[in-house]
Design a binder for this molecule. Structure first.
Ligand SMILES: [Zn+2]
Length: 256
């Protein structure tokens, strides 16, 4: 039923109002989601189900309370359980901030946090990831979550992240990966063509398993962590995660 409401809404509501419409629908329908089957680790809410989300609607994807998606909840769990993000004093850069977690990051006393984006009104500074206005060796941590698939010069962006990280600093550069080899098609520039070739109107490529090599070409040491699968089926279901999503944990070597 929710899928039908969302699909119909998408067709009759202009695209620029989708975000607002989703927000109102979310608040209006909160009582319908009362339950204990799903838990959002970010806002701590318990629900009967999550909302559907995506170009091809995925069931149980979006938290009805804080808007988090599968990937955001995975990032949160990974930061909490596998890194020093919640315990060490860190200078943090987030590119294209996710509203649901940015609110939390800003309140964390151990973080000196800044977010950037070229367009998003949620970001603290307007800045291009391929031309960062920060000195070399400046951040302890960078979060670049589902960004590079939108960036034409992704190698330049990776080099910039490497440059602004301190030696020993770490970053999570996450992208959707759906194939063996990365697909880039020259002269595909219109939203219609991009949707046809890359599955989304604002994606400029589809990454493959060679993504790790691209990151390492920029100088980063990459660990592909199957953290999600390690959580096991029951936690994957409880938190509404995508079990195949690996975390691309990158580190700038101490000596370079
Ligand atoms: Zn939530």
């Amino acid at each position: 039923m929710t899928n039908i409401i969302y699909s119909t809404g998408r067709k009759i509501i202009p695209r620029r109002y989708h975000r607002l419409a989703r927000k109102y629908l979310r608040y209006a329908s909160l009582p319908l989601y009362c339950g204990r089957r799903f838990t959002c680790p970010i806002c701590g809410g318990h629900f009967r189900k999550f909302l559907p989300f995506g170009v091809r609607l995925r069931p149980n994807a979006q938290c009805p309370r804080c808007d988090s998606l599968e990937r955001t909840r995975l990032l949160w769990l990974y930061l909490r359980n596998r890194t020093n993000f919640f315990t060490a004093n860190l200078k943090v850069l987030e590119v294209a901030p996710m509203e649901s977690v940015q609110r939390k990051f800003k309140r964390m006393k151990n973080l000196d946090y800044v977010s950037i984006d070229l367009e998003s009104p949620v970001a603290m500074l307007k800045m291009d990831i391929t031309n960062l206005q920060f000195p070399d060796n400046y951040f302890d941590c960078a979060l670049v979550y589902h960004v590079l698939e939108h960036v034409p010069e992704d190698k330049k962006a990776m080099t910039e992240i490497y440059r602004v990280l301190k030696p020993g600093g770490w970053a999570i550069l996450q992208v959707p990966i759906n194939r063996q080899q990365t697909l880039e098609v020259p002269n595909v520039t219109t939203p219609e063509e991009r949707e046809k070739f890359f599955g989304q109107r604002d994606h400029v490529r589809v990454y493959g398993l060679d993504y790790k090599d691209r990151l390492e070409t920029a100088g980063l040491k990459v660990t592909v962590d199957s953290y999600c699968r390690q959580l096991g089926d029951s936690l994957i279901k409880k938190y509404g995660l995508m079990e195949k999503e690996n975390i691309y944990f990158c580190r700038k070597p101490e000596v370079y």
